[in-house]
Design a protein around this ligand. Structure first.
Ligand SMILES: [Fe+2]
Length: 218
């Protein structure tokens, strides 16, 4: 049993894959703006409903995350062949003040022609050093926290190349596209304030839990 009491919780769970298209194939992604301000090239809009299919929107309602909760700065990441992100967390700030919001978790849908992409999580070796604020801004005008790769060690690696998953983005993490195809990722952020442990518990009936059901993932 996965409970908050008796096992180490993973940072990554595939959803039981819905038997429908998640992305609206009629949506013209070529018309999107892909500002090349920082890595990753990303495009951010709050209006997710032009991108998700009606079935996907209903799926969010069915799993208990109704429409109003899934429109918080959703974004699409384009990770080019043999490239990747820096090591960061998803806390952001505007200006020089304290951190203003942090996404604890996200629901990501990945597609494209990449055959191998690794998502990694890290822990700091010397925690007194801490992450640094990024020098460049995101398209939202925010900065975010970057970790020195000499001061972290990998705690988890997942081959996340396709499909729908729940991810912890509060901890230091990184995506690497290790193949010659492009990787696209729609990352859905919510207004739901549950902690990582709480959202895993809440969405548990819809997740592939290794060792508990089909689709065991190492
Ligand atoms: Fe991130």
């Amino acid at each position: 049993m996965l409970t908050k009491y008796n096992m180490t919780i993973s940072n990554f769970y595939y959803f039981k894959q819905p038997a429908f298209d998640f992305i609206n194939k009629d949506f013209d992604f070529s018309k999107l703006e892909w500002p090349n301000i920082i890595w990753p090239r990303l495009w951010v809009r709050d209006n997710i409903h032009n991108i998700l299919t009606p079935e996907a929107q209903k799926w969010f309602i069915d799993i208990g995350l109704p429409e109003g909760t899934i429109n918080r700065s959703c974004r699409i990441f384009h990770t080019k062949p043999f490239s990747g992100s820096n090591i960061h967390n998803d806390g952001q700030r505007i200006g020089d003040g304290d951190i203003q919001f942090i996404n604890t978790w996200s629901i990501n849908y990945v597609w494209g022609n990449s055959k191998l992409s690794h998502m990694k999580w890290f822990e700091e070796i010397d925690t007194s050093r801490g992450p640094q604020w990024s020098g460049s801004k995101t398209v939202l005008g925010t900065t975010y926290q970057i970790y020195d790769q000499d001061n972290v060690r990998v705690t988890q690696t997942e081959n996340y190349t396709q499909g729908l998953a729940l991810l912890c983005v509060k901890k230091a993490h990184q995506i690497q596209n290790l193949d010659q195809g492009d990787r696209y990722c729609l990352s859905i952020r919510t207004h739901d304030e549950r902690t990582w442990e709480e959202i895993v518990d809440f969405l548990r009936p819809h997740l592939q839990i290794p060792g508990e059901n089909d689709g065991s993932l190492s």
